[in-house]
Design a protein around this ligand. Structure first.
Ligand SMILES: Cc1cc2nc3c(=O)[nH]c(=O)nc-3n(C[C@H](O)[C@H](O)[C@H](O)COP(=O)(O)O)c2cc1C
Length: 173
């Protein structure tokens, strides 16, 4: 499978099969892909909290309209950690939130690795952060939750709706 095939295979699954769970090995593979992601000054300012079983159900109750994710076998909560010194200085001087960017890249690695393993996933940015932090004892900001599992029977990737290339990209010589 080439990269574009993989990118097309990954889609936001919103109907999971509650009876099928991702294997521990596959989840570890996805986490390893996230661990290898690049980050500003290599600060890796994130933590991945993987929830399954009862704690996953409790975490899913913090997802508001994303409650469909209850049927995913795993929820990966991505929270922020401190920068290292160089990323912290760079972020202040340039007034850029590198941590959110880093977390977005790690989430891309994680979900593409999941797609490669024939898992389905959905990146979630809408959740009750306060409740989730209390439930899981997470101190840093929670930026994303990723639901991972297997799609319910009959669900398949939809045709990607994307802006035309000429609108989003230009080549200047
Ligand atoms: C940062 C971010 C936050 C998102 N939050 C949600 C969400 O809370 N609920 C949801 O159902 N989808 C969410 N999505 C999924 C997007 O809606 C989805 O990626 C987009 O519509 C493109 O569809 P595709 O992923 O199937 O290609 C989020 C995606 C990203 C990258």
């Amino acid at each position: 499978m080439d990269f574009l095939e993989l990118a097309k295979r990954r889609y936001s699954c919103r109907k999971f099969d509650g009876a099928r769970a991702a294997s521990k090995e596959d989840i570890e593979y996805c986490l390893e892909a996230a661990r290898l992601a690049p980050s500003a000054c290599n600060a890796q300012p994130y933590r991945f909290t993987v929830c399954l079983g009862e704690i996953k159900n409790q975490a899913a109750s913090c997802l508001g309209f994303n409650r469909f994710a209850t049927d995913a076998s795993h929820l990966v909560i991505i929270s922020e950690e401190s920068y290292n010194i160089s990323a912290s200085i760079g972020s202040k001087i340039k007034d850029i939130d590198f941590r959110s960017i880093d977390i977005g890249i790690a989430a891309a690695h994680l979900t593409l690795a999941a797609a490669e393993r024939n898992l389905d996933s959905c990146i979630l940015g809408w959740f009750d952060e306060k409740r989730l932090k209390e439930l899981l004892g997470i101190k840093g900001r929670i930026r994303l939750v990723i639901a991972i599992g297997y799609a319910a029977a009959g669900c398949a990737p939809k045709e990607k709706k994307r802006k035309p290339m000429e609108e989003i990209a230009r080549i200047k010589e």
